[in-house]
Design a protein around this ligand. Sequence first.
Ligand SMILES: Cc1cc2nc3c(=O)[nH]c(=O)nc-3n(C[C@H](O)[C@H](O)[C@H](O)COP(=O)(O)OP(=O)(O)OC[C@H]3O[C@@H](n4cnc5c(N)ncnc54)[C@H](O)[C@@H]3O)c2cc1C
Length: 262
Amino acid sequence: MKIIVCVKQVLAADRIKFDPRTYTMVRTADNSYINPNDLFALQMAVHLKERYGGRITAVTMGPPISEEVLREAMALGVDRGVLLSDRRFAGADTLATSYVLGMGIRKLGDFDLVLCGTVSTDSDTGQVGPQLAEEMHLPQVTGVEKIEKQGSTLRLERTSDGFREVMEVTPPVLVTVSRRAAPLRLPGLLDIQDAYGGRTFDCYTLEDLEAEENKVGLNGSGIWVTELAQVPKQKSCQFIKGDPRHQVQTLMEKLREKNLID
Ligand SMILES: Cc1cc2nc3c(=O)[nH]c(=O)nc-3n(C[C@H](O)[C@H](O)[C@H](O)COP(=O)(O)OP(=O)(O)OC[C@H]3O[C@@H](n4cnc5c(N)ncnc54)[C@H](O)[C@@H]3O)c2cc1C
């Protein structure tokens, strides 16, 4: 099975930095890491490769520092890493991101499966997977927990609104992988050493992708973030004094007052 996994570098929640002029995020080596939701897509790819054979390619669009996520992906079992990086890609909205990812994936040749995480933890739109499927005219299934190969088709499972859905799809297909998919495995020390040692990855620019300049980065974006302010967290802590019976009764009353229990 030829599998492509889209992985994004996200900002650590406690070290988020924004460019005050453009409201774009500033990514540095010490404040970025692989989107936790993409680990489930990577794990799914590794599981499928172990079961059915094949090859996994991880693709990311981002500044040069994003090579870090490719190395993390390689440590987890990815065969090839591809960085789509060009100053003109900067400031992309989800549509421009999906266009560049689509052009990058087309350049890689034929594939059976494109896997994405469901949502990134820094911008949180959840739009890139579905938009990439549209961009590439692929069928898509979101929030998938299990994939099995059945002859020339794939059997996919997902849970929605308390129902387990089973579907069959003929590849190529784009799938976003749920956090309910297989539990994560940590890479071994030798895998990390290998990924950060001699392994290289490919880097493609706008020209390499033969992409249209007016469809990438800020120029190609229909959406700009025009205002950004942190919402202050309102926390208050109250201690209930007295004996345990009194504490429980008071707590129940307070929860009822707030309509948190009947
Ligand atoms: C505060 C803020 C708000 C924003 N709001 C919007 C908005 O409302 N609409 C909009 O269009 N843009 C918005 N953007 C821009 C948007 O974050 C970027 O376009 C970003 O590149 C992709 O969006 P996302 O992180 O929400 O991806 P999501 O759609 O949440 O990511 C889903 C999956 O897509 C894949 N993926 C996403 N980005 C990449 C990548 N660069 N490389 C490889 N795989 C990737 C990963 O598998 C990921 O798990 C916002 C940016 C900021 C800073």
